[in-house]
Design a protein around this ligand. Sequence first.
Ligand code: FUL
Length: 686
Amino acid sequence: MKIIQWSTILLFIIILHSCISPTQTTPPAPYGAIPTKEQTDWQQLEYYMFVHFGTNTFSNVEWGDGKEDPKIFNPSGVDCRQWAATAKAAGMKGIIITAKHHDGFCLWQSNFSTHTVRESAWKDGKGDLLQELSDACREFGLKFGVYLSPWDRNHPAYGTPDYNQVFANTLNEVLSSYGEVFEQWFDGANGEGHEGKKQVYDWELFHKTVYRNQPHAIIFSDVGPGCRWMGNEQGVAGETNWATMNTEGFEPGSGAPDPSVLNTGEQGGKAWVPAEVDVSIRPGWFYSPATDDKVKTVEKLMDIYYTSVGRNANLLLNVPPDRRGRIHPNDSTRLMEFRKAREMAFANDLSAKADIKASNTRANSAEYSVGNILDNDYNTYWAVDDDTLMASIEIDLKEAQTFNRLLLQEYIPLGQRITAVSVEYMDAVAQTWRELTRATTVGYKRILRFPAVTAQKVRIEFTAAACPVVSAIGIYRSPEQLATPAIARSMAGVVSIECDTPDAAIFYTIDNSEPSETSKKYTGAFPLRDGGTVKAIAIADNANRSETVTARFDIAPEGWNIILPHGDDVKNMIDGDVHTSAKAKINSFITIDLAQSYMLNGFCYVPLADVQAANMYRYDLEVSVDNNNWMQVAVNAAFDNIANNPVEQAVRFDKPVEARIIKITPRESVTGSSECVIAEVGIITR
Ligand code: FUL
């Protein structure tokens, strides 16, 4: 009797429960390749610091040749706690250090190299930079990662099969000695050229060594497997950016897919290899005093943020410590300003309290309701029925609001599914929907920028390869950034300064002092034929001021005669416009008559700012005062990292040389083509 009573009650409870709880349904099936737990966690880090530090910090070169005296590594006041404190205050989540760059110099006391901190002058050869940095990262709650270059210009075994074991031993040493490593960075770069050493890498051995020591580490390379390079060093991931790509049969370095494929990933790719954007806060990767006033502006850094984190990629921003072993104040100040700008841009989510409705909800289940998009929990999402590949949401902000940013997030543990997004707003006067913007992929995070619009209602339509699954949206009004002025000088040596913000006043100096509203107001172009330093700021009506931009000029090319090559385009190489270029054949001369003799301290070559361009990689340089007797200044010299980072190359000579005529012989282009391109050529007399 008692038993019957209890089972009746139980049955009653079950019936009651099924009446009041929503219909249960299964989550959408994952689509295509999906991330591991580690990859999903990694993606949520979003932003962390790259640190290039080593012998190159002291030699003004980007790629040491491995023959440099290790004694030059002698920072006067290394302070890894300052790096970590700066990274933390900048809002970064970790630090990746160049434990060994291409020169082979090891920042720890490696037993597998004789080119290390042990052989350096730093701390009488007793220091261990990896120990100091990993300790500092732990103290500041940051993740610690290591960069190790497989290409090694110092190790005698490089280029032989023995090197693979040496490199595996090196990896093993680093990855077993400094606690948890969140990311292992394998650089694919190799500047050996056609004639150089060839090394067939044993990637299987390297990967095994990483995972044996650090089972949760993300392995970066051109082709992953943890995350991938996205094809340039300018900070610009593809507008379409899939975290998936086909990696089978490819290798890091020259065996990698074309940079254009790395840039966008591939829809339906078999591997989940999300993009990481690596870019330096300065023009080069290593510190040089010459770049102290070339730290990227907040405007530029914000752009990079939108084309990295805002395009489904993580941002690895390089901040190279100076010769003391500290982050230079110009860089740290900029990092704090950048943080502030991000915070201001995303301070107030206008959709937080909005009403939201969806065209479809998966099995009409509360579990997948569109409200999940606004609940600040990445792990809850709005999902639709399996056969629904197009679905929309409508957001009612309850009152008219002005906004210019839209943030979208897919729930990536179920794969990357969205192929197109179309955004409309309700025109209150005409009572009709108007197109606001469009996009292709979303992925973990996508941020769309558009001119500010005022509206109460927003409609977003998603098209997807499998029913869309959306975790979050945000609607923001980011303050419009005052554009930094751009300074240019013509062939005749006339300087002009422009600012994209209309009505902003420009003030400038030419005596190296900081410009302010009391400096000279720019009213028109002015001559600066003999060179000098121009610093400028823009100030808007509302007293908002831009950052200072600095441009340093040498002697203007007025009156120069390009003797060779011939052609209509040759003037482009001295016209002061970095967007126009001339072409020259490999192994033929570029001969320029400077119209008078100068004592030259160096020369500069400006490539086209495009990784696909046939920029000059190797060259010879000769100079002459009479076009008859020639002096060799450089033979088969290289612009080190120009293939990946095509920025101005300023080459300083060991000692000044007198010259009226310079002759450059391009020996190799970065693409191996029979011609190379030259945006600008200049001389350094200062
Ligand atoms: C490149 C290297 O050659 C550069 O020197 C730098 O380390 C950059 C992050 O990767 O491939």
